[in-house]
Write a protein that binds this ligand. Structure first.
Ligand code: MN
Length: 442
């Protein structure tokens, strides 16, 4: 299978479809691998998180050029591999081949377009008919869709941005002073740093660490911690007293996990463990928890709202904040929405949209992004919990005690490096396949 796979990878990399019997074998093998994965796959950093691809094969090649090849780079693709673009088939089959060949190096989760109904309307079905003359390959792929995981949990990501692998003069000269931690960094396709954000420092931290009695204490009168400008007190988690601002989650080395889903949250899902209970091996339903995970969007509202998409929900900052708090998450990473800058952090960086299809539909003019999470080196130290998950809960309450509503959980978000890239140059693309098969004219 490995040899067959390598040949298929080479052929697909050249953007040439593989023969139908090979697709059948590939899909069978892929299903065997995917069936073993839970609804929420555990992935260890370092990992590069990618959003929608939508059949833009040449841009997927550009993504690998910018982000590194499999298996040198670990990847997590958050769905919507197919539809809209001209090369859904080649894009999806290549990713599937890579999954079969390097199952631990690449994670594929399901998007709302990985569905029989949606692909029939938005192009993948027609593409399969055009390229094979029958719906067989489309059917094989749809059977794989039903086995794709619904989410992934990234563990062991570092809180600061590790130095880029290929440090050049430019990078060296822009390294921050030693006492400043880079929280996020934006790079272009050449690896030049476009911008970066330093982690906010909390003046109350050293004072806090000396207190041993209660999480509800007020800071000493001489400790004055201004509210950071993009951090209004009203958005602080479960805090009401103005004086509690200085107790806000301080930056430390222990990280919360990152939940990756295609769309977003669901009013029917309060915990990550609840996602694990879904029977996912089916066509995407029109409503319910599974549907919401693949269809929902964050929005500037309070609570839940109706989605204009007609499936899933809109959810506000309060929903994300509570969900992250209850599940020891530091970040939700999702895709599903075109963002012109390639990525968009919302709600005080508790959720990010990553979009990986540059110049979407070959006309939107947007750039694309991928999100790199580095490892914190603690991977060996994870403790398995009773439910098979990794222990992530680390109290940073001022008294260090577990539980209690006043305890703040240590969820400094991971350092985030975004690589922003443009569409592949025109010269690297073939024209859309126009060669009709015989049946096309019948
Ligand atoms: Mn989508």
């Amino acid at each position: 299978m490995i040899n067959v796979c390598c040949r298929a990878i080479a052929q697909l990399r050249a953007c040439r479809p593989i023969p139908e019997p090979q697709v059948r074998e590939l899909c069978y093998k892929a299903r065997e691998i995917l069936i073993e994965e839970g609804n929420v796959v555990s992935v260890h950093a370092p990992v590069t998180i990618c959003g929608d691809i939508h059949g833009q094969f040449h841009d997927l090649m550009e993504l690998f050029r910018v982000g590194g090849d499999v298996p040198d780079t670990n990847y997590l693709f958050m769905g919507d591999f197919v539809d809209r673009g001209f090369y859904s088939l080649e894009s999806f089959l290549l990713l599937l081949c890579l999954k079969v060949r390097y199952p631990d190096r690449i994670t594929l989760i399901r998007g709302n377009h990985e569905s029989r109904q949606i692909t029939t309307v938005y192009g993948f079905y027609d593409e399969c008919i055009r390229k094979y003359g029958s719906a067989n390959v489309w059917r094989y792929c749809c059977e794989v869709f039903d086995y794709l995981a619904l989410g992934a949990l990234v563990l062991g990501a570092t809180t600061d941005v590790p130095p880029a692998a290929s440090d050049n003069e430019n990078t060296q000269s822009t390294l921050p002073p030693e006492d400043e931690e880079v929280e996020s960094e934006v790079l272009n396709a050449n690896g030049d740093i476009l911008s970066k954000t330093l982690r906010r420092r909390f003046a109350g931290l050293s004072m806090m660490s000396h207190h041993t009695n209660s999480s509800r204490i007020s800071p000493a009168p001489d400790v004055d911690v201004p509210s950071p400008p993009d951090h209004p007190a009203s958005s602080l988690p479960l805090q009401s007293s103005p004086s509690s601002q200085s107790l806000f989650t301080p930056p430390t080395s222990t990280t919360g996990a990152v939940l990756c889903v295609h769309g977003g949250l669901s009013p029917l899902i309060e915990t990550v463990d609840k996602i694990r209970l879904i029977d996912r091996k089916q066509e995407v339903p029109h409503e319910g928890a599974m549907c919401d995970l693949l269809w929902s969007d964050p929005d500037e509202i309070e609570g839940w709202g109706l989605s204009p998409r007609g499936a899933g929900f809109l959810f506000g900052a309060d929903i994300v904040r509570h969900f992250n708090h209850n599940n020891d998450l530091s970040l939700v990473a999702r895709a599903h929405q075109l963002v012109m800058e390639g990525y968009k952090e919302m709600f005080d960086k508790t959720i990010v949209t990553v979009w990986s299809a540059p110049n979407y539909c070959y006309r939107c003019g947007n750039v694309a992004a991928i999100l790199e999470l580095g490892e914190d080196g603690s991977n060996g130290g994870c403790i398995a919990r009773a439910n098979g998950d990794q222990g992530r809960r680390e109290p940073v309450g001022t008294d260090g005690s577990e539980g209690g509503s006043g305890v703040l959980w240590n969820l400094a978000s991971p350092g985030r490096r975004y690589r922003v890239f443009e569409a592949a140059p025109q010269g690297t693309r073939g024209m859309p396949a126009k060669k009709p098969v015989g049946e096309y004219f019948l």
